[in-house]
Design a protein around this ligand. Structure first.
Ligand code: RFL
Length: 418
């Protein structure tokens, strides 16, 4: 029950698990816990309306959808998501379609992140009777290095500090969260990478201009098209880091997209009103290990991967499956049959092996993003040598079946083991 709907009922101040953050990672952990009957509290700084409308990712890998399905979390997704079987590179003024389903038998699902979040919130609160507290302020995590951790916050209604005592804290509060900061500095390291480029991230009120993801590799810079729904399409334009979105008028955006995505025989881009225009400074980080004491980080709280290969939400879900299952196994050993034989992603890691099991896939996806970044941006680097090697990499995907198969496996996150 949501205590905010019943302001006279005091919110329970003890739970087995406190989940900080109601993004894909936190809500998936919460749902797995509730399905097994574990009591937990999810704390979220934003309102429910806000998180159910926040547009972000769209591409979900097939293994992640199967793992959601096994946990009873993919009903709407399976009904409404588009299936993508190919992507298209545009370079040398031509279209080069890459049919990854033909190579692997697998596809991508395209389902906007806010719809997944909406489904997960509804399932957690309305079906699994989960406790979620929206609009909380000044969240602080305490004593995770002891057997008695707690999380405190300011209640938006009363303005009073509340403390929830727990056994475990799941830090799922994204890239700007607070849970990561509780890790003792001497016990972890943060590996960072800055690409030194910016992407203008756009949402257009327009149908996609092609039936698949487009990657335009152009000497003026990368351009991408990611279909989201029949009405809305995401576009990206490479630009200098720190560029101001105000420098990009409607006319300039569409002229640049048309130039960088041009290819013989390609249909005209379908233009539409730009409903989101933000600058992304492209960078990555990885926190190692992803746990300390009774605190376990998941998703962007632990690792960020620039949206080059559409991997961030997939990694967040992978962490959440491993963490949710490991917490259930620890807290409710009798309930473990619930997910027995299910797709845990990378095996039954338990809480002990959680960080290591997550990080294997995290580093693999980071490496692929680096590789793909070189392909996307090499033509525009202003160096003939890099332009030459970029084109060689691209051509290899369409001339070498082995190179194509390796690319397809990484693009889909479909390796047997990580
Ligand atoms: P989220 O989604 O950021 O959720 C964290 C939640 O925590 C809340 N929060 C707090 N709550 C309590 N206390 C605090 N102190 C808090 N601080 C923050 C926040 O309000 C929020 O609700 O993290 P999570 O769950 O780890 O999920 C990660 C994904 O959101 C992210 O990796 C993806 O969006 C990345 N990404 C993509 N990933 C894909 O797999 N496929 C894609 O196609 C894809 N496209 C994208 C993307 C990210 C993008 N942006 C915004 C950089 C496209 C874009 C433009």
């Amino acid at each position: 029950m949501n205590p905010l709907e019943h302001p006279n009922t005091p919110a329970p101040q003890r739970a087995s698990v406190v989940v900080v953050g109601a993004g894909p990672a936190g809500l998936t952990v919460g749902n797995i816990l509730r399905r097994a009957g574990v009591d937990c509290v999810v704390l979220e700084t934003e309102t429910r309306e806000f998180i159910e409308r926040r547009p972000r990712a769209g591409v979900i890998e097939e293994w992640a959808v199967r793992a959601l399905e096994q946990r009873g979390l993919a009903e709407n997704l399976l009904r409404k998501a588009q299936r993508h079987t190919a992507c298209e590179f545009r370079f040398d003024g031509r279209q080069h379609r890459f049919s990854y389903q033909e190579l692997t038998g697998r596809h991508h699902f395209v389902y906007p992140q806010h719809l997944l979040v909406t489904d997960l919130v509804r399932e957690y609160t309305d079906v699994r009777d989960g406790d979620i507290r929206f609009g909380v302020r000044d969240v602080q995590v305490h004593n995770v290095d002891t057997g008695r951790p707690s999380v405190s916050y300011t209640c938006p209604q009363s303005g009073q500090r509340q403390v929830v005592h727990c056994d475990f804290v799941a830090g799922c509060d994204g890239a700007r969260g607070v849970t990561r900061r509780v890790l003792p500095p001497e016990q972890y390291r943060v590996a960072r990478h800055d690409y030194g480029i910016g992407w203008l991230s756009l949402l257009a009120e327009a149908p996609p201009s092609a039936d698949c993801v487009l990657f335009g590799v152009h000497e003026d810079g990368f351009a991408g098209q990611m279909p989201r729904s029949p009405e809305v399409t995401r576009y990206y334009l490479q630009c200098p880091p720190g560029d101001d979105p105000a420098n990009w008028s409607h006319e300039r955006v569409w002229a640049e997209l048309r130039r960088r995505l041009a290819a013989a025989g390609a249909p005209e881009l379908v233009e539409g009103r730009l409903i989101e225009k933000r600058m992304l400074d492209m960078h990555d980080y990885v926190v190692e290990p992803m746990a300390s004491g009774r605190l376990f980080l998941a998703g962007d709280a632990a690792h960020l991967v620039a949206p080059i290969a559409a991997k961030g939400m997939n990694l967040a879900l992978h962490d959440a499956f491993l963490l949710g299952d490991a917490l259930v196994a620890h807290l409710m050993p009798d309930a473990c049959g619930d997910t027995a034989g299910s797709d845990r992603g990378d095996g039954d890691s338990g809480l002990e092996g959680y960080s290591e099991a997550c990080l294997r896939r995290v580093w693999d996806y980071q490496e692929f993003s680096q590789w793909l970044s070189d392909v996307y941006h090499g033509q525009a680097a202003g160096e003939p040598y890099r332009a030459g090697t970029t084109l060689a990499r691209l051509r290899r995907l369409f001339t070498s079946p082995l190179a194509a198969a390796a690319f397809a496996e990484q693009y889909l996150g479909a390796a047997e083991r990580y």
